[in-house]
Design a protein around this ligand. Structure first.
Ligand SMILES: [Zn+2]
Length: 445
């Protein structure tokens, strides 16, 4: 999900991870003193500092003084017991338009600062935990992580007799025992309003344990990272459950349970992981059980998988899907130089006498491997050079214009993530290229 629409809010601009409000047209104040905008900023600053109760009181006063103003209505929302408090970056690696932006929200945490601090800590533990599980660990630099603090009126879950009053409507799932869920529409509303750059979300439900995942939202309790890893496989990767806890005596007839990591038949032609079987990948085949069923459905490996029993890594097939998913939100190339695609160089009389022209691309940088870069000049392969510095990876090609004939030349950099975690990339999301046109002119004597 990439939400771009804005509601009635003042424009929220993100600048180096700090949310700043662009003042809307100043409204007349009922009396001399700070303007509405200044008061709103002050109330936001209190929340930013973690002084949530004081912030809510300030918002309540603004709402009372400006009941019909747009900012006044926003202040009224912020003064509610169920409300947005603040948004903070946990881990920021780059521009949101070229990163997977994950926002972690909390449900069932009251305005009490200690509860919010506990939530912030749990959110950080999730990020920390993901930094140790691949593919998230290997592709950590492709992610931005954010924490959105929300206050809930109550700190408990719905029961059959009474609905709890929490900001995201946390409840035990009606479908499975012990699994916690939230109202995903409310989650998306908060993202739209306060983190429109979000690609996907996680919700920690204070009273939860097991979770649910789907609709771009992974939900789980504060218990640990394993459930989060499983649920994120559902919500981010569209992966299905590989476990078969509910014993069924008869095969599932009619099938219909199909996805990246489950199939309802042992027919190789229609198998989603056929390419792995044909490549002879170790431990990949047809293994009965999945989606809670013990018969009539097959998962891809005998390796164990986070989508099966929580705690292990993802299997070969799931991991491939997740890496490709990451590349749906990010590009292999981070930056190029020169920025312009039209480069001109003039040469004097006598080849080789002129300054070289430098071309460079900065590919993304996974943790333990480099992306491969192939250079060509007019279709012929040439050798570039990798420069490593604190500023990143620079794949550089030095062209001597004197060695080229006057006229137009095509300089091409092809970048590919060579990871063997991905065997089949039909959409080509792991590759990108950058082309320059180099015009060599002969300088007039
Ligand atoms: Zn799997």
């Amino acid at each position: 999900m990439r939400v771009t629409s804005r509601l009635f809010l003042p424009v929220a601009v993100l600048f180096l991870g700090v949310q700043q409000r662009v003042p809307v047209q100043a409204q007349s104040t009922p009396s001399a003193g700070p303007s509405l905008n200044e008061r709103f900023q002050d109330a936001e600053d209190l929340a930013r500092k973690g002084l949530y109760e004081a912030s809510k009181k300030a918002f309540a006063r603004i709402a009372k003084d400006f009941p019909s103003d747009e900012l006044g209505r926003e202040a009224a929302d912020r003064a509610q017991a169920n409300a947005f408090l603040r948004l903070q970056p946990i881990e920021r690696t780059g521009e949101s338009k070229d990163r997977v932006d994950v926002v972690i929200l909390g449900d069932g945490y009251t305005v009490d600062a200690r509860q919010q601090q506990a939530f912030d800590k749990q959110a950080r533990q999730i990020v920390e935990g993901f930094s140790k599980v691949s593919p998230w660990a290997e592709y950590a630099s492709y992610f931005n992580w954010w924490v959105m603090d929300l206050s809930s009126a109550e700190s408990r879950l719905d029961t059959p007799t009474r609905e709890a009053n929490t900001v995201l409507g946390g409840a035990m799932s009606k479908f499975s025992q012990g699994q916690v869920t939230v109202d995903r529409d409310i989650v998306h509303n908060f993202l739209q309003r306060y983190a429109p750059f979000a690609d996907t979300a996680m919700v920690i439900v204070k009273q939860g344990s097991l979770g649910t995942g789907g609709g771009d939202v992974a939900v789980f309790g504060p218990g640990g990272v394993n459930v989060a890893v499983h649920e994120f496989g559902h919500s981010f990767g569209n992966l299905l459950d590989e476990y078969s806890s509910q014993v069924e005596l008869h095969p599932v007839t009619g099938g219909g349970v199909r996805g990246v990591n489950l199939t309802d038949s042992t027919d190789l032609d229609s198998c989603p992981w056929r390419h792995w079987i044909e490549a002879g990948a170790k431990g990949v085949g047809f293994f009965e059980g999945g989606a809670g069923r013990s018969r009539g459905v097959w998962h891809p490996t005998n390796q164990g998988c986070a989508m099966g029993s929580s705690g292990s890594a993802y299997c070969t097939v799931c991991r491939e899907a997740l890496v490709k998913r990451i590349y749906r939100y990010t590009k292999p190339i981070e930056a190029c130089y020169p920025a312009t695609t039209d480069v001109r160089s003039s040469i004097g009389i006598g080849a080789g006498s002129d300054a070289p022209v430098i071309f460079s691309v900065t590919p993304k940088r996974p943790k333990d491997h480099f992306l491969a870069v192939d250079w060509t000049v007019d279709g012929a392969a040439v050798k570039g050079k990798r420069d490593l510095s604190d500023a990143g990876v620079f794949e550089v090609l030095k062209v001597e214009p004197g060695a080229l004939s006057p006229g137009n030349h095509r300089i091409l950099a092809k970048v590919k993530d060579p990871t063997d975690w991905v065997l089949l990339d039909k959409e080509g999301v792991l590759t990108a290229s950058r082309e320059w046109s180099l015009t060599v002119e002969r300088r007039k004597p």
